[in-house]
Design a protein around this ligand. Sequence first.
Ligand SMILES: CC(=O)N[C@@H](Cc1ccc2ccccc2c1)C(=O)O
Ligand SMILES: [Mg+2]
Length: 368
Amino acid sequence: AKLIGVELVRVTMPLKQPFRTSFGSETARDILLLRWVRSDGEGWGECVAGRDPLYSSEYTDGAANVIRRFLLPRLVADGDIRAESVAGVLEPISGHRMAKAAVEMAVLDAQLRAEDRPFAEYLGSSRSRIPAGVSIGIQPSIGQLLDTVGGFLDEGYPRIKLKIEPGWDLEPVARVRERFGADVLLQVDANAAYRLSDARHLSGLDEFGLLLIEQPLANDDLRQHAELARLISTPICLDESIISAAAAADAIAMRAAQVINIKPGRVGGYLEARRIHDLAAAHGIAVWCGGMLETGLGRNANIALASLPGFTLPGDTSASDRFYANDITEPVVLRDGHVPVPTGPGLGAVPDEGRLKEFTVSREWIPA
Ligand SMILES: CC(=O)N[C@@H](Cc1ccc2ccccc2c1)C(=O)O
Ligand SMILES: [Mg+2]
């Protein structure tokens, strides 16, 4: 089918509460969406980059720029690009994985819709729903943390993740354990806030029976994570460090990660994400699907990916209303601690025109 053109749509989604991590606090999500228009239909992609380059070196304006100037021209030149070819065609462009992932996602959505195929069927997965975890930011006080945790447990979330940083780690975990007991599935995410010299301090988490500690050290330091893994008993999970299947192979071989958080945007797309799932499964490494405060577009695609069998731990695939009062798609809803795997064609969701309009900041049409 012929490519007619691509539309870059910038939306700003206000968060219900500020979301604070060790790298900053966010009150709204600045998101770049792509509408991939073919002669036989269209597809949507979502770029997970933040407005500012804090979680990673990518940022929303930069992604829009690299897509407009370097990624689209190469794909348009190809004529009738298929999703499975996008990564190869874009390989000469160095980095920009989140931007590349957004483009591949839009191509994949359009392709699957044209074939009337649900993403889960394309992946060969069969679960109809998956358990959903929830990520809780650093709170202003222990009291507010306990209220927030209690609220999400009351909603039925089967797994709680707490953001931690130096000065907000042992006590919050101890107080959550004290209030909610030892059986709650509990994990922490440091977003690279610690150093190897903090190992003794971090071993203080070992008594709390956490599922894992996510990305305790610097994004580019597998060796130090392997050292830390010998000094603490809490399993180490990597997020920011795992930027590709090759990086996952290194982390597994070096024992720098016992668990891997898979984020399609971070690794360059859903097809690379599946390769990491397959690699981890071959090594007996558990994976779960991370979140980037996606709209229902990325959220539904993540849920379909997370329905693959190797995703054995609940991911950050919370309901839409965890972050947003209104989503730009039909909201993802939590039921009995699970979210449904989308069954419609493509990646499973389309924007509601009215909602999209409400949050749109700018639209830019790029003819093929
Ligand atoms: C759900 C969760 O904890 N996500 C990320 C952190 C994160 C949080 C907020 C973000 C906002 C804009 C861009 C990137 C962001 C990444 C994580 O697992 O580490
Ligand atoms: Mg993380």
